[in-house]
Design a protein around this ligand. Structure first.
Ligand SMILES: [Zn+2]
Length: 177
């Protein structure tokens, strides 16, 4: 009985060692918290509170490739940040614009063969179609099957205005469709 136990313990030790060995030695410490991808997109410098909004905007719940989400990471640039890595996905310009609504300082990295091929700085759009949910319960978009449409009236801090009911909403009221 005692013998069996120690055998198991030894097995576990070996296993843990093997995992540690498989980590790339020269990789940035920061990046170890979230696995590298071969092909796809990395969205970096997302404000922590917007990380899951980015996930929603890109409908990653339905994505078939690997999705890694990290939040509350330390960032010299923005304090705490989130990173979303999506394997086998290229973002459309429309998707990049949508991300800018909730993460105006985000960078989008296109990954090919484990390396960053292109770095895109997001840019706030002037009109936001079907991303933001209107906070006015009486708004037609909350009562009929209709895509929402908002005009960006101020970029930083974000202020948007509903095309239909003209409600003006700040960053804290913004929900995702
Ligand atoms: Zn509205």
């Amino acid at each position: 009985m005692v013998k069996k136990k120690s055998k198991n313990a030894r097995k576990e030790r070996t296993k843990a060692k093997r995992i540690a060995h498989s980590l790339p030695a020269q990789e940035d410490k920061h990046e170890l918290k979230i696995s590298a991808i071969e092909e796809g997109t990395v969205i970096d410098h997302i404000p922590t509170d917007a990380t899951f909004k980015v996930v929603e905007i890109l409908h990653l719940g339905q994505h078939n490739g690997i999705v890694s989400i990290a939040t509350n990471l330390q960032s010299r640039k923005i304090g705490r940040k989130g990173i979303v890595k999506v394997a086998q996905k290229n973002l459309t310009q429309e998707e990049v614009n949508k991300i800018a609504v909730v993460a105006p300082d985000a960078t989008v990295n296109i990954i090919k063969n484990f390396h960053v091929r292109e770095k895109i700085k997001v840019k706030s759009p002037d009109v936001v179609d079907n991303v933001i949910k209107c906070s006015n319960p009486a708004c037609i978009t909350n009562n009929e099957q209709l895509n929402t449409k908002f005009y960006v009236v101020k970029k930083d801090p974000l202020k948007v205005k509903c095309h239909y009911c003209e409600r003006v909403m700040g960053k804290e009221d913004i929900g995702i469709v």
